[in-house]
Design a binder for this molecule. Structure first.
Ligand SMILES: [Zn+2]
Length: 472
């Protein structure tokens, strides 16, 4: 029996972002934010109507470059009339849709006649080519790989995927001066040691093992240095630099070796932002600013020291960190931090204990100081007759030491909005915390059970407050 969990999903765009000098405010951005794309999975059916709409616009020339293995069209959108050629492609990894949304925000912005002066200013100098959604088969399946199971971004040399061939053919035909390789990175990357997620990470990929800097790569690094103040102003301490180890099979590195000044953009996690709307907006802002800077050449004044000052990504984030839990085994009390990994994208439905011990070097999307609270294993409440689970009844059960239910799901009438764990698929930890087991247990003090951790969410057993629904 599959059980469900209520995650209080919400989007954190109302947070206090400080706009940079030339950046638009969140409210201004909302005017250009393409509706319908604020969701965790974006497939071709989501963008098909937008493609149909924009292809009516004489500003844009649409070309079908070919089809994915499963027959979904892959389009190129061309705009502008300048000699400088800029090429951008998104969602080569099917489960990385953030930049695709930002690309359609950009098209909406360009389409607005109120922006005609702005668009003319760069379209005179630049011809922009965009392939949104290189991997539609992976997008609809919500997988990184294509329908052959091939990671297209390791297929730049072998070219055995139709999608990889389409991308390489486009690059050889266009011969762009600049390339923008648009991805998402997983949410556990931190921006240096700041204990914050790397909401944006950038990289000028190497073109050889020695990671030399030639003129082409230097331009890509200058584009990154140029954009750093914008990101720093918008989301201080959330900008990271991706590892520049040469990856000979990857498109970014291969394009670099072809003399294309290539920038890798990785959209990452942000607190309170499940659907990555914060990096979506930043992607959009970067595209606008980069178009201006390439058209004017102004980025060529950027100092590489600013590029080098961006901290490298670190594997430094956890979904939830409970600190200072007292864990007593063999009469030896110890203070431990406990990290959980949540099932944010609903693939397994299971939050698991990820780490135990001194986790002080990690940042958490959610953190909770459990000082004065003791680990206590939760008991299973076996369903033998029907139970009307009201909030009061549920809290009473939690305070009585139960943390989850087992038995016939039909017997449980959950009348609460609280997280409830029924027939857990992972084992619930018993006398001690165990990694990989269900993040389900109790926290108690002399007055009894104060909090219940139910599938990674912390419920106050007095007030019914859920302390850490993901998204707050
Ligand atoms: Zn990727």
């Amino acid at each position: 029996m599959k059980w469900l969990i209520t995650l209080g999903l919400s989007v954190g765009l109302s947070m206090g972002l400080q706009a940079g000098a030339s950046a638009m405010t969140v409210e201004e951005f909302d005017v250009y934010k393409q509706p319908g794309l604020d969701k965790p999975v974006i497939s071709f059916e989501d963008i098909r109507p937008l493609i149909e709409q924009h292809r009516q616009n004489p500003l844009f020339a649409f070309t079908k470059l070919g089809s994915s293995l499963q027959g979904t069209p892959i389009y190129q959108i061309k705009m502008g009339r300048g000699d400088t050629k800029v090429f951008a492609w998104s969602q080569m990894h099917g489960d990385e849709p953030t930049a695709t949304a930002a690309v359609f925000d950009l098209l909406k912005y360009i389409s607005d006649d109120a922006q005609s002066e702005w668009r003319d200013s760069w379209m005179e100098h630049i011809t922009l080519y965009i392939i949104p959604m290189v991997n539609p088969d992976g997008a609809v399946a919500n997988t990184r790989v294509n329908a052959q199971g091939i990671d297209i971004n390791r297929d730049a040399l072998a070219l055995q995927s139709p999608e990889g061939r389409i991308l390489m053919d486009a690059a050889k035909r266009i011969q762009p001066h600049y390339g923008f390789n648009l991805h998402d990175q997983n949410r556990f990357h931190a921006a240096g040691d700041a204990k914050n997620p790397a909401t944006i990470s950038l990289l000028a990929p190497a073109y050889n093992e020695a990671r030399d800097i030639n003129e082409s790569r230097k331009r890509a690094m200058q584009l990154i240095a140029y954009i750093k103040p914008l990101i720093d102003a918008e989301i201080p301490n959330h900008l990271g630099r991706y590892d520049d180890t040469y990856s000979i099979r990857s498109f970014g590195d291969t394009f670099s070796s072809m003399g294309i000044s290539t920038v890798l953009v990785e959209a990452g996690g942000h607190r309170g932002d499940d659907n990555r709307q914060v990096p979506r907006r930043l992607n959009f802002l970067m595209y606008v600013k980069w178009l201006d800077a390439i058209a004017s050449g102004s980025y060529r004044n950027a100092d590489l020291a600013d590029h080098d000052a961006i901290p490298f990504n670190q594997r430094g984030m956890k979904d939830v960190v409970l600190s200072n839990v007292t864990l007593t085994l063999h009469n030896q009390p110890a203070l431990v931090d406990v990290a959980f990994e949540l099932d944010v994208y609903g693939t397994s439905g299971q939050a698991r204990i990820d780490d135990i011990g001194d986790l002080s070097i990690f940042g958490g999307y959610h953190t909770f100081d459990a000082e004065g609270l003791h680990y206590k294993p939760g008991k299973a409440f076996e369903l033998t007759e029907s139970v009307q689970l009201t909030v009061d009844r549920y809290l009473a059960l939690l305070r009585d030491g139960y943390s989850h239910f087992t038995g016939d799901a039909e017997l449980l009438d959950n009348q609460t909005e609280l997280p409830v764990l029924l027939n857990p698929q992972r084992r619930v930890p018993a006398e001690q915390l165990v990694r990989q087991r269900s993040a389900t247990f109790l926290l108690s003090n002399e007055q009894g059970v104060q909090y219940a951790v139910v599938n990674g969410q912390v419920i106050n057993t007095q007030t019914a407050e859920v302390l850490y629904p993901f998204g707050t």
